[in-house]
Design a protein around this ligand. Structure first.
Ligand code: HEC
Length: 159
């Protein structure tokens, strides 16, 4: 966790240099979001930005850089660590797309968070000498954990 803000700073800087858009998702659903709901949307967006940066690298739209990839992993892990706290009971207001199952199946939600933590830690801890295919596999692991949780715990858009 040391130097996380420095690393996040560098990531944002790198993303800006590459001309990537860090913002993610449509605006309409979040218009009324405040407090902890807004906080978790922001945390999710930060992770979305890191995933976009990685995806651009994996697609060859930006140069492959194992260091930047591990830093994106750290950005995601930094958010994953605090994620459960951003889902306190009852925080499912109109602006939120969190399904009630988050709270009725809390154990499974915790497990989905743990899966993200593990996958992002693996990416964050990748060897500096890791090749693109190694990073690709770790990136896919993170993506799978995002998707797994969204499928189970996030409502479709505009519902
Ligand atoms: C443990 C479950 C879980 C994991 C893991 C997870 N998400 Fe989410 N995500 C959610 C839920 C639930 C919402 C809806 C939150 C709300 O609207 O209150 C959400 C919303 C989002 C949003 C929309 C934010 C907004 O502005 O409304 C984005 C983008 C997103 N997630 C990206 C990611 C990415 C990228 C990852 C993986 C790196 C990830 N999420 C991992 C549960 C998860």
């Amino acid at each position: 966790m040391m130097n996380t803000s420095l690393k996040i700073g560098r990531n944002i800087c790198a993303a800006a240099l590459l001309g990537l858009t860090v913002a993610a998702g449509g605006a309409a659903a979040h218009d009324g979001a405040t407090g902890v709901v807004k906080e978790r949307m922001d945390a999710m967006k930060t992770m979305g930005g890191a995933m976009k940066q990685l995806a651009a690298m994996m697609k060859g739209q930006s140069p492959f850089d194992a260091m930047a990839a591990t830093q994106a992993g750290m950005t995601i892990q930094g958010q994953a660590e605090g994620l459960l706290k951003l889902f306190p009971k009852g925080s499912d207001d109109m602006s939120s797309r969190a399904k009630p199952e988050v709270w009725t199946k809390w154990g499974e939600f915790e497990a989905a968070t743990a899966a993200l933590n593990k996958a992002s830690a693996a990416l964050a801890g990748a060897d500096m000498g890791a090749g693109k295919s190694d990073i690709m596999a770790l990136f896919a692991g993170v993506g799978k954990s995002c998707k797994g949780c969204h499928e189970q715990f996030r409502k479709p858009k505009d519902k």
